[in-house]
Write a protein that binds this ligand. Structure first.
Ligand SMILES: Nc1ncnc2c1ncn2[C@@H]1O[C@H](COP(=O)(O)OP(=O)(O)OP(=O)(O)O)[C@@H](O)[C@H]1O
Length: 609
């Protein structure tokens, strides 16, 4: 890739990033930072065009790590600039300090590098070893090698000798220093010599310049001395003598300002190459916060409105609030509640059903049953009508189904209640619209993922904790319209019939528990007369009967609003048999006989007990 080439395409970003890293390795931190910024800009623009939030998420993660890399490079640039500035201002230290630091720091780093690497020939370089980065070209400029993890050594920086062996970077360094030494001030050169003989421990003849005291620089506590070479057998006596000579020749104030090795001087400069320990990720409070921490993203609005409208934390309906339906309650407890409460038992062949379908005439308590199950199992309750899916969110339904299941997994254990499932998963036919076919397919895919595992990370997390399950509960008044594929997936199909005699009496009791009743009421007659009434119909009948005392008083004359309000205590009169009989003439059953036959037939064919 040409360095000056303009990059605008997202496909060029990887190359650009590689270039940034190479620049950073070369010590051209500012240049690297500029290119990082360009790459980030391209990514940001590309993100605006993305609609798939999975892909968007991945780009966002990449963007974050690139931002971190740029931050690191900026810090390095800052540190380098600072040290350049310092060397400008401190007249006494400039090249001298650079010289000593280069020697010490680089030796340390190279030693470090050597320890980590057993590289001898080209073939010996493993990928892991290539991860240790050397910045050979700029060693002498910035006096330091940065262990720059996550990058590979560009091949052009590894040098080989004629035999094909890798040249030790420290040899290169020494050659570099020898070359540079020629340009140094003779005084500084002498100081460097004195330092090197001090550290190496070699005695012998001292250079003439060493006799006069030169500038004495304090010893940097962060700089390690180069290691002493191992003494050779026949050199031992000579070395000891050399050391003595050296000590004798040392100026009196040589270590005057040098800090003692035990001093508590702390480092004052930053070490941007040290990656701080990762902070523990804060647990997101909502699904929106989890996918879009800054609340911005292509699906943000959809998720927001879904979280607001469909999630019901505690529906607060108990089985006691539901009259009759004992068989249905038992089947549902076994199919839905117990698997959530005893996940260990409900494994393997005892695995819970993928979904449960409640079917039956309208107003028989299907929604109430679903809410009671969610309350009992202490699960998050997501309630959505399939009709709303295909009308309110038209065009987005397919995405919506996926998000809905993702939200459910996030808040697991969750009960997803889909009312009017027939309008979402009706029989497929030739005239079917493309979009509704797609929604159906997405729904089937998500349902399959409910127990068999999907790409979702929540389910991955929940593998070891089966209690983090989701359960699909569907309800329909038209089970015969359902597609075979959904019938198969809704493994338990529970018939919720019209209430029988006992159920109707229980419904009267439940609806009238806070109302005054007179003794003349014949419940047998009322139960008999309400045959074919649903729970909702009986609820209507009781409400109508409860208003009868008020209507009776108000028909006696013409009253204004204030007068009506002042008379409200009289409306509390106990209900009589007549009130119920009058109400019966106002409220008719809502389910026709022909439908009852159809339900019974479908229950016989597909229902579960
Ligand atoms: N078994 C019951 N116990 C108590 N109340 C009931 C029962 N069945 C119905 N009801 C009453 O009927 C109303 C409607 O019930 P629900 O919404 O659960 O019926 P549904 O079967 O879901 O109806 P639809 O199929 O039309 O959605 C409830 O608010 C409740 O007052």
């Amino acid at each position: 890739m040409n360095l000056n080439q303009k990059v605008n395409e997202i496909s060029d970003v990887p190359k650009l990033i590689r270039l940034c890293r190479e620049k950073a390795c070369l010590g051209l931190y500012e240049d690297s930072s500029i290119r990082f910024t360009a790459a980030l800009k391209i990514i940001k623009q590309h993100c605006k065009t993305l609609t798939d939030y999975y892909i968007l998420n991945r780009w966002k993660t990449a963007e974050k790590s690139i931002q971190e890399e740029r931050k690191l490079v900026n810090k390095l640039a800052e540190t380098t600039n600072k040290s350049k500035e310092q060397s400008k201002h401190q007249d006494e230290r400039p090249i001298q300090s650079a010289c000593s630091e280069i020697k010490h720091i680089n030796l340390r780093k190279i030693a470090n590098l050597e320890c980590k690497s057993n590289i001898k020939t080209k073939a010996d370089i493993s990928d892991e070893q290539k991860r240790i980065i050397v910045a050979p070209a700029d060693i002498s400029r910035f006096g330091g090698l940065m262990p720059f993890e996550h990058h590979q050594i560009p091949h052009e920086y590894i040098q080989y000798n004629e035999k094909g062996n890798i040249i030790n970077p420290s040899d290169l360094m020494n050659q570099d220093l020898q070359k540079n030494k020629k340009d140094f001030d003779p005084d500084i050169d002498a100081y460097s010599e004195s330092c090197s003989s001090e550290h190496s421990g070699r005695g012998g003849k001292q250079p003439a310049q060493q006799k006069k005291p030169k500038m004495q620089l304090p010893k940097d506590p962060d700089v390690w001395d180069p290691p002493d070479p191992l003494p050779q057998k026949n050199q031992k006596v000579r070395q000891t003598a050399g050391r003595r000579n050296e000590r004798q020749n040392r100026p009196a104030n040589f270590f005057k300002n040098a800090p003692s090795p035990k001093s508590n001087i702390k480092r004052k400069y930053e070490k941007p190459w040290i990656v701080p320990p990762k902070k523990e990720k804060k647990k997101a409070k909502s699904y929106l916060e989890y996918v879009y921490p800054d609340e911005e993203g292509p699906d943000a609005d959809l998720i927001k409105s879904l979280e607001k409208e469909v999630i019901l934390r505690n529906p607060n309906v108990s089985f006691d609030d539901i009259a009759d339906l004992d068989d249905a309650k038992r089947v549902l407890e076994e199919a839905v509640v117990y698997p959530l409460m005893m996940p260990k038992f409900f494994r393997g062949i005892r695995r819970p059903s993928k979904g449960v379908c409640l079917f039956g005439p309208p107003g028989t308590g299907k929604t109430m049953l679903a809410k009671a199950i969610a309350t009992l199992g202490e699960t998050t309750f997501i309630s959505i009508s399939a009709a709303a899916l295909s009308t309110k969110w038209r065009g987005e339904s397919e995405r919506l189904v996926r998000i809905l299941f993702d939200i459910a997994r996030f808040y697991a254990p969750t009960t997803i209640f889909i009312d009017e499932i027939d309008s979402l998963a009706s029989k497929r036919g030739n005239g079917e619209h493309e979009s509704s076919r797609k929604v159906k397919t997405e729904f089937f895919i998500q349902m399959d993922g409910v127990t068999s595992g999907t790409t979702s990370e929540y389910l991955e997390e929940s593998k070891d904790s089966p209690s983090k399950n989701i359960m699909v509960l569907a309800a329909t008044n038209r089970p015969w319209d359902l597609d075979e594929a959904i019938i198969r997936r809704l493994e338990k199909r529970v018939y919720i019939p019209l209430p029988k005699e006992k159920g109707r009496k229980a419904l009267f009791d439940l609806n009238l528990k806070n109302i005054g009743l007179s003794d003349d009421i014949d419940w047998d007659i009322l139960v008999d007369k309400t045959k074919g009434y649903s729970g909702a119909d009986i609820n209507n009948l009781c409400r109508d009967a409860a208003l009868m005392p008020m209507r009776r008083i108000l028909t006696q004359g013409r009253f204004n609003v204030k007068e009506v309000i002042s008379m409200q205590d009289q409306f509390e009169e106990p209900l009589s048999m007549k009130d119920f009989l009058d109400a019966l003439s106002n409220v008719n059953p809502s389910v026709g006989d022909e439908y009852l036959e159809k339900y019974a037939k479908w229950a016989f064919e597909f229902g579960s007990t």
